[in-house]
Ligand binder design. Sequence first.
Ligand code: NAI
Length: 304
Amino acid sequence: MGSMMQDKVVVVTGAGGGIGRDIALALAAEGARVVVNDLGTSSTGEGASAGPAQQVVDEIRAAGGEAVANADSVSEAVAASRIVQCALDHFGRIDGVVNNAGILRDRFFHKMSVDEFDAVVKVHLYGSWFVSRAAAPHFKEQNSGAMVHMTSTSGLIGNFGQANYSAAKLGLVALSKSIALDMQKFGVRSNRIAPFAWSRMIGTIPTETPEEQQRVERMKRMTPGKIAPLAVYLLSDAAAGVSAQVFAVRNNEIFLMSQPRPLRSVHRGEGWTPQGIAEHGMPALKASFVPMDRSADVFCWDPV
Ligand code: NAI
């Protein structure tokens, strides 16, 4: 067991399985006391069970670590504040938050229902806001704290059939930057990780053709445990000075992702007319257009 997280108390949401579970295990292995939150719901957010969170707590305790289970939903303000309260009640403090809980309701945009949009935004964006907001006064009070938010290249780059998820995940990127800016003076850091990992969330990909089977075999190499080291590092004091960044992790690769800045500009002293933009401005800007690509077009090589 390491000691990078000695004396720290961290809440990990959606830690009953997948990426969150491995983050909780890795935090405990570094000496953190962990609130393992998980609603125990399906990958589309139906049903609830206290079982998954308790199971991970049992695993942590069996390995000699300290943890407590919480089965509240991140997607409602009062329930989400109970998750933070759970850390205070059991361990007397809170030092870190990992906003990891998530669901998917994929549907092409023109067919997506209000409920499908709402449910996904509620868990990813509102959920992260609720939990972060509940932790913030304690971070301010003690002049320290770290947050890690799980975003996605579906939001950063794009993907088919995920308008709800992409909107929530890119919203979360802005939320994290805002937290980093507003709370810098209290020693609070906020970073995002866009993970790639084989979990139940992407385990529904069809495997009918040999090509699909091959692709899935390659994806299975990206185990959820590969995300945990960066998350633990970002929550530790070793990451002092690291804030407002967007990282991606895919198996053994760690990426620092870009954040939007002007790519190119055009200027005309007398100002622009629509026609002038058509004839002059847009052709010049076009040279730097971002292609109509998806996450898989950008991360187009096999996981290393
Ligand atoms: P997962 O489905 O294995 O884990 C998500 C967990 O969140 C589940 O245990 C679920 O019960 C819990 N959960 C769902 N709604 C909740 C709520 N309202 N309150 C509390 N817990 C709730 O999925 P996975 O893959 O481990 O995903 C973890 C995070 O990483 C998610 O935010 C996901 O969007 C993100 N992510 C994952 C990628 C991947 O390749 N697996 C890619 C990009 C992002």
